[in-house]
Structure formats: C-alpha cells, structure tokens
Design a binder for this molecule. Structure first.
Ligand code: URA
Length: 191
C-alpha cells in the first residue's frame, strides 16, 4: 500500500472505491485484486478472509472449492447468491495463501468498512475468525461466538465458520447450515 492519505468518507460510490483499491493494493504478477461483487445496495453481505488462488485468478470472491460449498448452503437456506454482496477483509491474496497479518488487516479494514456503508446491508455474515475479529470483536474466537447474533451500527451481524473450515467436519457443516438457515429466516422476516 502507498503512504497516501485518503478520506474514504468523501467516496460516495462503489466504482470510485474500487478504483482506489486498484491503485492501492498490488496483487502478485498474474493475479487480480478481488474487490467484491453483488448488488448495491444489498440486504445481505458476506465477509470472508482473503482471496485464494482461484479468486485472485478470476478477480471474483468465493469461486473456488470454499465458494462451491458456500453456494450449496446458501441455496439450501433459500438465499440466492446473486442477491448477496460478497467480499473479503483483504482485497489481494496473501502470498502462499497464508493467514492475513495484522498490518494487512489494518490497512484493508477502512476500505471494507466504507464498502459496507455503501452496500448498506440489513444483515452481515462474518465467515470465519478474520472477518469477525476485523469488524466485530478483535479477540473473538469463532468457536465461541458463531451463531450468536450481534449488532454493528444498527446492522445485524452473525459470525459463522469459514466454509474452508467445514470441509472435513460434519458437525461444523451442520452448524454452518443452521447459521445460514437463520440468516434466510431473518431476511424473510425483514421483508
Ligand atoms: N476464502 C475467502 O476467505 N475468500 C474467498 O474469496 C475465497 C476463499
């Protein structure tokens, strides 16, 4: 990231925010930034950790194995993926897919928070500990907080597992499914 100071509050549209991210976050050669995708505004926003290999290749969030699993559970919960805004805390893939570091999260967070303000969701789902620690509680443990509804600036927030963490764990799959079913119900209740 450059040392440039920007006042993100002055940015009032997603295209400008995206262009700023394109100038600031530098992906590895051959990779793309993954800004996020979905309707604007959206009633539901999903926040993941950081783009993986497939995402960096395509420039789209959650299009790899974790994304396919996510799609399956969204569908089971009666939530259409195309109605959801999906993004990540980090906009570029950390080298070697490692867990994002504190400094990376700190420099990416203002962009995510502005993005959320512009999407103006009624419900946010934090997928995994990086998302929940970034936007809700810095010391939260996902195993303790998952499935518990919280509020952030008037928006309902529910933490759940990251889909990549449930692959080989039937119990976690059930809990993930339960959380998304809850989300579907809440969204329908808000209609
Ligand atoms: N994992 C994430 O956290 N985000 C993606 O977009 C893909 C995998």
């Amino acid at each position: 990231m450059t040392g440039r100071t920007v006042s993100l509050e002055t940015i009032t549209d997603m295209e400008t925010l995206k262009n700023l991210c394109l100038r600031i976050f530098l992906p590895a050669p051959g990779e793309n930034i993954v800004f996020g995708e979905g309707p604007e505004p959206a009633r539901l926003a999903l926040i993941g950790e950081a783009p993986g290999k497939e995402e960096a290749k395509t420039g789209r969030p959650f299009v790899g194995n974790a994304g396919r699993l996510l799609n399956k559970y969204l569908e089971e919960a009666g939530i259409a993926r195309e109605d959801v805004y999906i993004t990540n805390v980090l906009k570029v893939r950390p080298p070697g897919n490692r867990t994002p570091g504190k400094a990376e999260i700190k420099e990416s967070l203002p962009f995510l928070l502005r993005q959320i303000e512009l999407i103006h969701p009624a419900v946010i789902v934090c997928l995994g500990s990086i998302a929940v620690q970034a936007i809700l509680e810095p010391k939260a443990k996902i195993t303790q907080i998952r499935g518990e509804w919280r509020e952030k600036d008037g928006t309902k927030v529910i933490p759940t597992y990251h889909p990549a963490a449930i692959f080989h764990d039937e119990e976690k799959k059930e809990l993930f499914k339960k959380d998304l079913l809850q989300v579907g119900k809440v969204l329908r209740g808000l209609e």
